[in-house]
Design a protein around this ligand. Structure first.
Ligand code: 5RP
Length: 296
């Protein structure tokens, strides 16, 4: 323990070693404060610059989604292979043990259901609760072109403002109504609006052609949503193509937890995102894990 009896003066000051002033590795995040950057560094692996977010927040508007009937049973075994758990506070407090050390991205909006207008949501989590839950980011939708577009933009703006006070980043999720075209024109508009209002990163769907233009025009990182369940190889191809086009990873739900081998699938997605493994190589990881589980 330090005490005043034997105070030694410093003598090695490394005067020939210039102090390093390293730029922060994440796109558009160089001018953020330390706490904000540190939380982003827990989300985006500093080596690959990318993230595998496991999304299981679907219940906030669609109840017990297939594959999420029991979050404690379905999701817990997958957590070790994810960088981030994206969920509601209800799922977190009830079904994820606090010994979890993976970054949490907290769903902070609610107010609608699959039976009503999806864009009519509001912020439902106060910043104090996000802090209590040790969230690394807060998330809500921007519904560009939808009935409640204005409200959703102001929801995300509120999260950004309150998060900035405490160093908690905001993820803007580009919500797409059923009738909206998922093309370059739409996502150029939606992702750029999200970044310009101050979101620290943006979730978009993947599409072709032109996804790389959307990434280029968005000054903060883009992660892709998985969307509806696809055959495993196709989902891996989507994640691969998105990352090769500049996406900073995935925020994937159904294509992992609705797979017939979620543990194999998340490991395959991990290899694609962090190791640039090709889909053909990565599918072998999925198949191997699936076979091993079948043997036991
Ligand atoms: C729900 C969400 C989900 O987190 C998102 O859609 C990701 O899940 P999936 O890969 O199943 O599309 O934002 O509003």
């Amino acid at each position: 323990m330090a005490d005043k009896d034997d105070v030694k003066e410093g003598k090695e000051f490394y005067v020939d070693v210039p102090a390093k002033n390293e730029p922060f590795y994440l796109k558009g995040s160089g001018s953020l404060d330390w706490g904000m950057q540190n939380r982003l560094a827990r989300i985006f692996n500093p080596k690959s610059g990318r993230t595998v977010m496991l999304a299981f927040d679907h219940g906030y508007f669609q109840g017990p989604t297939t594959g999420l009937e029991r979050i404690d049973v379905n999701i817990r075994p997958l957590a070790e292979h994810a960088d981030v758990l994206m969920c509601t506070r209800g799922a977190l407090r009830t079904s994820i043990p606090a010994s979890n050390t993976k970054a949490i991205v907290l769903r902070c909006s609610a107010g609608q259901s699959i039976l009503t207008e999806l864009s009519n949501e509001a912020i439902n989590v106060e910043i104090e609760d996000a802090i209590r839950l040790n969230a690394c980011a807060m998330a809500a939708q921007v519904y560009i072109g939808a009935e409640y577009e204005h409200k959703s933009i102001m929801n995300v703006s509120k999260l950004i403002d309150t998060g900035l006070r405490y160093g908690i980043p905001t993820l803007a999720v580009t919500g797409v109504g059923a009738e909206m075209k998922r093309d370059m024109r739409y996502f150029l508009l939606a992702t750029r609006i999200a970044a310009e209002i101050g979101a620290h990163y943006v979730k978009s769907y993947y599409f072709e052609p032109g996804f790389e233009n959307v990434v280029a025009a968005c000054p903060v990182p883009i992660v892709i949503a998985g969307g509806k369940k696809l055959p495993e190889l196709e989902a891996l191809e989507m994640a691969y193509n998105a990352c090769q086009a500049g996406a900073a990873g995935v925020d994937m739900g159904r294509n992992i937890f609705q797979s017939d081998c979620p543990t194999g699938m998340i490991q395959a997605v991990n290899a694609v995102v962090h190791e640039n493994e090709t889909p053909k190589q990565a599918i072998k990881i999925y198949e191997h894990v699936k076979n091993e589980i079948a043997k036991n």
